[in-house]
Design a protein around this ligand. Structure first.
Ligand code: FAD
Ligand code: FES
Length: 346
């Protein structure tokens, strides 16, 4: 099936095989189509069907609030083609670099462990290695749940057949309920990855500040891992702010303490508690980690004031937290847009 994409950069064509939605099919073939969540919530992949038969996989996708359905607009990440079609995308569509192309993988879940009452860690053994940048995510799907879910990789390696993920339980959430209520060890997943542009790029030579709420810390773990492993923090500084409600909600503290030790004074990690006062200024079991009281973006604003020299900012987590942190990085830190990267988890 021939798909023709009209965009601000001209016309591009690719052959779709109908195995997935138009966004995934285009990205896999090297077209830099616009997207953020890749899973139906943000509306960024809005496009207009000019010709052809296109159906939507998820009729209640929240991202459809941003499209004019009467004008034949769709979300590329939910659109399936049933024959040749022409689609107009209101954005620039540049070719993707060969090395960054997402692809389909299958994987088997293992190493499942609960980190707190509502946070679970699991790993996936892939059928072959994936190359990805720290901060990227994959779209995961399983047989028992309809639709794909986006999850950021917690680990980083230039190329690896093992991925680690961390998921916070959402009450009534289908995929997170499946993870928490089923023995998922050994279960098969389909994955599309790597996805996302909120990436750590060592070649930029920037100091970094990461602001994460809850499981938003996944990508920050990957960034810390990449930066400590390749000696980046010998010459740059990193500041990670990780927001949770109470001490009982903290996780990955041993892992972060280990990164701080490896960075020899150039990585600071602060856990911000929004619902209680910390018992002491540093973590009782891991004194390398600072504790503070308040919402994570407010704590970051207090501690980072006047320290934004040559900085790139990463933000991930629930939308209200991300919006607060973005305001702070724009208004107070005055970072240019190209050096503010974020993932909204909703
Ligand atoms: C870039 C990005 C990275 C993320 N990384 C993480 C992470 O590392 N850890 C984490 O805990 N969360 C992460 N999230 C949030 C995660 O993708 C899920 O939204 C969350 O886990 C809740 O999923 P659920 O199935 O439990 O809830 P549900 O309410 O069942 O589903 C939530 C999401 O699943 C998709 N969805 C739901 N129903 C359908 C359907 N019928 N068809 C198609 N799609 C559907 C939509 O994207 C929806 O917003 C990330 C989100 C994004 C956008
Ligand atoms: S990328 Fe399709 S709705 Fe977010």
């Amino acid at each position: 099936m021939k798909v023709t994409i009209q965009s601000k950069t001209g016309i591009a064509e690719f052959e779709a095989d109908g195995s997935s939605n138009l966004l995934y099919e285009g990205l896999k073939r090297g077209l830099g189509l616009p997207y953020e969540c890749a899973t139906g919530t943000c509306g960024t992949c809005r496009a207009r069907v000019m010709d052809g038969n296109v159906s939507l996989a998820w009729d209640d996708a929240p991202g459809l609030a941003y499209v004019k359905r009467a004008k034949n607009e769709v979300l590329l990440c939910q659109a399936h083609v049933h024959g040749d079609c022409v689609v107009r995308v209101p954005a620039k569509v540049e070719p993707l670099p060969e090395a960054a192309l997402p692809a389909d993988f299958t994987g088997r879940i293992d190493a499942v462990r609960r980190l707190t009452h509502d946070v679970i860690h699991f790993e996936v053994q892939l059928d072959r290695a994936m190359s990805f940048a720290a901060g990227q995510f994959a779209a995961l799907s399983c047989e028992d749940v309809t639709g794909a879910r986006a999850y950021s990789m917690v680990n980083h390696a230039n190329s690896t057949d093992r991925l680690a993920f961390v998921v916070k339980r959402k009450l009534g959430g289908k995929f997170s309920d499946w993870l928490f209520e089923t023995d998922v060890n050994g279960r098969t997943l389909k994955l599309l990855g790597p996805l996302g542009r909120a990436t750590f790029r060592p070649e930029e030579g920037k100091n970094f500040v990461c602001i994460a709420g809850g499981s938003g810390v996944a990508g920050m773990m990957a960034i810390a891992q990449h930066a400590t492993r390749n000696g980046y923090l010998d010459t740059h500084t990193g500041h990670i702010f990780f927001g949770v409600r109470t001490m009982e909600d903290c996780f990955y503290t041993a892992e972060f303490a280990d990164q701080v030790k490896k960075a020899k004074g150039n990585l600071e990690v602060t856990i911000a508690l929004s619902n209680e006062e910390p018992p002491q200024p540093t973590h009782p079991d891991h004194p390398e980690i600072n504790l503070a009281s308040g919402f994570v973006h407010e704590v970051a604003a207090r501690q980072m004031a006047g320290r934004y020299d040559n900085m790139v900012g990463f933000v991930a987590g629930p939308p209200p937290m991300v919006d607060g942190a973005l305001r702070m990085l724009i208004m107070e830190a005055r970072l240019p847009a190209e050096f503010i990267r974020y993932d909204k988890f909703g």
